[in-house]
Design a binder for this molecule. Sequence first.
Ligand code: PRX
Length: 651
Amino acid sequence: MSSDFKSILTENRLFEPSAEFKSKARISSMEDYQRLHAESLNDPDTFWTREASELTWQQPWTKVLDWQPPFAKWFVDAKLNVSENCVDRHVAAGKGDKPAILWEGEPGDTRTISYAELQTEVATFAAVLLNHGIKAGDRVIIYMPMVPEAAIAMLATARIGAVHSVIFGGFSSESIKDRLLDSGATAVITADGGYRRGKVVPLKDNVDTALKNAPHVTTVIVLKRTGQNIAMQEGRDAWWHDETAKVTEGAPANGFDSEHPLFILYTSGSTGKPKGILHTSGGYLTGTYVSSKYIFDLREDDVYWCTADVGWITGHSYIVFGPLSNGATILMYEGAPDTPHQGRFWEIVEKYKVSILYTAPTAIRAFIKWGDDHVDKFDLSSLRLLGSVGEPINPEAWMWYHHKIGGGRCPIVDTWWQTETGSILITPLPGVTPTKPGTATLPFFGVDAAILDEDGKEVGPNEGGKLVIRKPWPSMLRTLYGDNDRYKEVYWSTYENIYLAGDSARRDDDGYFWIMGRIDDVLNVSGHRLGTAEVESALVSHESVAEAAVVGRPDELKGQAVVAFVTVKGGVDPTPELAAALKKHVANVIGAIARPDDIRFAAGLPKTRSGKIMRRLLKEICAGGVIKGDTTTLEDLNVIASLQASGKDED
Ligand code: PRX
């Protein structure tokens, strides 16, 4: 294997779940985990029939799985309504008064929405969508701040069988336009604005700019959140409150086929064009329901807080569909962790007595940097379980999370999964698995994970290789929207009938999985996926840029920072002002998360004889390292020297 697959992490500290946690946990012994895991792989029909039967189905399935690789159908012929499962069934079970959503706005405004109220809101907004002619199968873009209406909009589209595509509120109008065109969406649900770090994010203005190039959008529904002036286009745009006020009867929760599309979520791949990951109804809901139940060990009285934004898969699966299908009380927070002060998260934990906290390593590293004083001011004794997601958690961050936030008593579930997988695939079970800082440990039920070498052979302990999943699982993506060929090519062409995750990993002597990083040209910046090709095409769309190559370099806070090597067009001066302008340009084209940390101008980029940019070399250059390895295929060796001398620009 290539040297990229060597891991420098060795970690032998082992943390057992406390006797107290174990005594109450759903699954509390390794034998039970192993027995259920074996059943889920050897007799998936029995396992998934038992689990899925806890949900409400309007028509039963005739077959659990129809697998025509690489296309899966789960719960064949069954009918269900996803919103009914997340809302109505809890009201029907007498839990109408239970809080479904506890919400805290960034400015400090709050709301509590019970399951009965959520049912009314979802059914009402679903009726609004129907009134606007939106029907099952139509695509609807949701571009909203972290307000309860974002979840309501998702559940309402699901209720009528429309397919939502949520776009993270930090993305630019250009990104909205691309997704609008690819999905063929005819409606957009947005807000006038949202609050972020005390400023207003102009969501509706961004939508207006995107819509200049998307005349097929006929409906825009706008929630009033910030109250700033916005343009409303007669005949196309309508206010959420006006439209809901017109509704006299909520929309029913009719059943849809188990394989009916539920949502498309765009994520980065190794080309410039984001991939539209398609998830369907029955399998996705079952996967998120079962994983939330066992991995977060959800209890009736838990207050569960996942700090992700609904614009990412984590927000879809573990703010909305997983916890709500379990009837949990979820907390939603609109704003930034450091607004108005750096203890805001801990203030919220204390105020709402949060018992389960699910956040990202990048946030944990920021908290460490901000200092323990912000944590010490608050009472975190309500916490009983902690989760981590998005990137490998470095052991120091894990230890701080364990001691400082978890008081040494809370199990940490480090959960590995992807937009494509729909739900968590590798994770500890909190009442069972002894954890080690930095590893997501063992496969969840139904997951046949392995690490293969280039020839498709499983590697031995501590050897690196490619992480794969060998059997289909209920919440797996079904395809890339409108592009079956790319779906096959990206995930299923490396090994026959085996899903390629795109990560490198190793297993230790205990069989624990250690994720080492991506094997493709995808960066992980603050837990968010970013394709190097996307940033490159944004850069070359600037008039001064001739060519660009983007690589990641390790970053203490963000995990990876974005470094762009740029050659300019003839007659253009590579000045610090230009570097600043290019950073701004990328943020405008994609969104602030893609803003390069460094722009390094170069006379030429190092290429192989066949013209491929040698990214490995660029990575080594920006890590400040000595150039190693074989460079004889370089087209122009002088290029390396000039790149190394080019230095970094100052911000
Ligand atoms: O590289 C892995 C990393 O995030 C990628 C998936 O990104 P995305 O689809 O945006 O989903 C993020 C949230 C599920 C993976 O291919 N990743 C995610 N979780 C972990 C992780 N790497 C290590 N440990 C994790 N717990």
